[in-house]
Design a protein. Structure first.
Length: 196
């Protein structure tokens, strides 16, 4: 029986993202932003009591990102935009628990960027990938884990080759039931950085 106190957050986020990202058949001559690199940093924290999360883990996040547009700009009005693939190499330096090695990952994200405004462009993202956790975090029963995440951000263009980025993400880490124990880390991340 489904526990109504714990909604399937991932399913809700994925459904919302897919609903918003259905491209319109209207194609424009506008080209998407060319492939670009970005560097992000920020803070993340797990939330005990959110789902099965029991441990409070705080991280300083450093993320190297490559973004490549996949399709031409489509849609009209506020829905005008394009899909892109993001590949990220995140390093999560543990602030709590301290004196533990960082978590390392490889993340593949789909992104939809809204391009109605040429200077301030919101975007939605979702995806996942493997995460290596050499640190001892109680309840995380494996060193090799998986993650999925979803979020939203703003790209604020400052020049033709430089933008400021601001993001908020829901981030889930677990070993997928491959090992016991399997206590997930459900967290939020607040990130900022630059695209160049």
């Amino acid at each position: 029986m489904m526990n109504l106190n714990k909604p399937p957050i991932a399913a809700i986020l994925l459904g919302l993202l897919l609903t918003l990202l259905v491209p319109s058949p209207t194609l424009s001559s506008e080209r998407p932003t060319p492939p670009a690199w970005a560097l992000l940093t920020g803070y993340g924290a797990s939330h005990p009591g959110w789902g099965d999360t029991e441990q409070r883990v705080e991280t300083l996040d450093l993320i190297l990102r490559y973004e490549r547009p996949l399709v031409p700009v489509s849609g009209s009005s506020w829905r005008r935009g394009y899909h892109s693939l993001r590949i990220e190499l995140p390093v999560h330096v543990l602030l709590d628990p301290r004196s533990e090695p960082p978590m390392l990952g490889l993340t593949f994200l789909g992104q939809y960027r809204f391009t109605a405004d040429p200077m301030i462009q919101p975007y939605l993202l979702a995806g996942g990938g493997p995460v290596y956790i050499p640190a001892h975090i109680e309840g995380v029963g494996a060193k090799l884990n998986g993650n999925y995440q979803a979020g939203a951000g703003l790209d604020i263009t400052l020049s033709s080759s430089y933008s400021l980025l601001f993001e908020i993400r829901y981030h889930h880490i677990s070993n997928g039931g491959t090992t016991d124990p399997n206590m997930p880390l459900n967290s939020t991340k607040f990130l900022f950085g630059a695209r160049f």
